[in-house]
Design a protein around this ligand. Structure first.
Ligand SMILES: [Zn+2]
Length: 283
């Protein structure tokens, strides 16, 4: 599932290729792609036809392109892709919505194999779409407040990884980058959030920023090969993953085999030596 670095990579691609261009026509090829646009596919197309897309913005795993006061909002879900290319290229069977432009240049295609992603027009959503206003700022935003995060984190009686995945506390962090950041910060995923001390929290947030920055530098992680940038290219951060998906392989820091634990119907990967399980752990 795309996390912040992947969505930010897509955002940058859209900024380069579609910002400042005027939409000519919108074709919804599968109604499920616009299921969250409650007024339906025809209204979705009407709301965008003839309008200019501004510089795209992002919060966590959501990105939006302002159109006047409104916004074209996208969530990639598990397998959503926003692809830019020559308008006459073949239409893949997974294209769910297609946007052409008045300048006749490259079109934009929302492609989604598993159709968990969606696009919608958010009325008045140019600054921040109301539908995602409950999502906390992500660590790359100027609005992210470390002190406020620390206070709210300690008020939760949960494990630190569960807290990192809670989009109302901090957005953009998913399973892959949570495991990698916890490894970098030498913290076990089940550390009680209410016992976290300020230096631990700061070290963890530094690690989140560091792993996001490293991943952005190589275009994100294409772990299941469903994530690609707007040009259809994979990211290469999977080659730099220290623990995620590497059960039994040596920890890059100390050589101890990486351990996999069951976690929320998925997995948590950690180094048993660098990240010892605390006695008062909270799964
Ligand atoms: Zn280790």
């Amino acid at each position: 599932m795309p996390e912040l670095p992947e969505v930010e990579t897509v955002r940058r691609g859209l900024e380069q290729h579609v910002a400042g261009r005027t939409i000519d026509e919108v074709e919804v090829l599968h109604p499920r792609a616009v299921r969250r646009h409650l007024a339906g596919p025809a209204d979705f197309a009407d709301a965008l036809r003839g309008r200019e897309l501004a510089v795209p913005r992002r919060r966590g795993k959501y990105l939006w392109l302002p159109v006047g006061d409104d916004a074209l909002l996208a969530h990639l879900g598990m397998s959503g892709q926003l692809l830019v290319g020559e308008p006459d290229r073949p239409l893949s069977p997974h294209v769910r919505a297609r946007f052409t432009f008045r300048d006749g240049g490259p079109d934009l295609r929302f492609t989604d194999q598993r159709t968990f992603g969606h696009v919608l027009v958010s009325a008045g959503g140019a600054e921040l779409p109301p539908i995602i206003a409950h999502i906390a700022p992500d660590p790359l935003e100027a609005a992210f407040d470390r002190a406020a995060f620390a206070t709210r984190l300690r008020a939760k009686r949960t494990g630190i990884k569960r807290a990192l995945l809670d989009q109302s506390l901090v957005s953009g962090v998913g399973n892959i980058y949570a495991d990698e950041a916890l490894w970098r910060a030498r913290l076990h995923w089940a550390r009680p959030s209410d016992r976290m001390r300020a230096p631990d929290i700061n070290r963890l947030l530094d690690a989140v920023l560091e792993v996001f920055t490293d991943a952005l530098g190589v275009g994100g992680t294409s772990f299941d090969s469903l994530y690609v940038n707007v040009n259809g290219e994979s990211g290469y951060f999977d080659r730099s993953l220290a623990v995620y998906g590497r059960a039994g392989e040596p920890c890059p820091r100390c050589g101890t085999p990486v351990r996999r634990d069951a976690f929320m119907n998925r997995s948590s990967y950690s180094c048993p030596a660098c990240q010892p399980r605390p006695r008062n752990s909270r799964a």
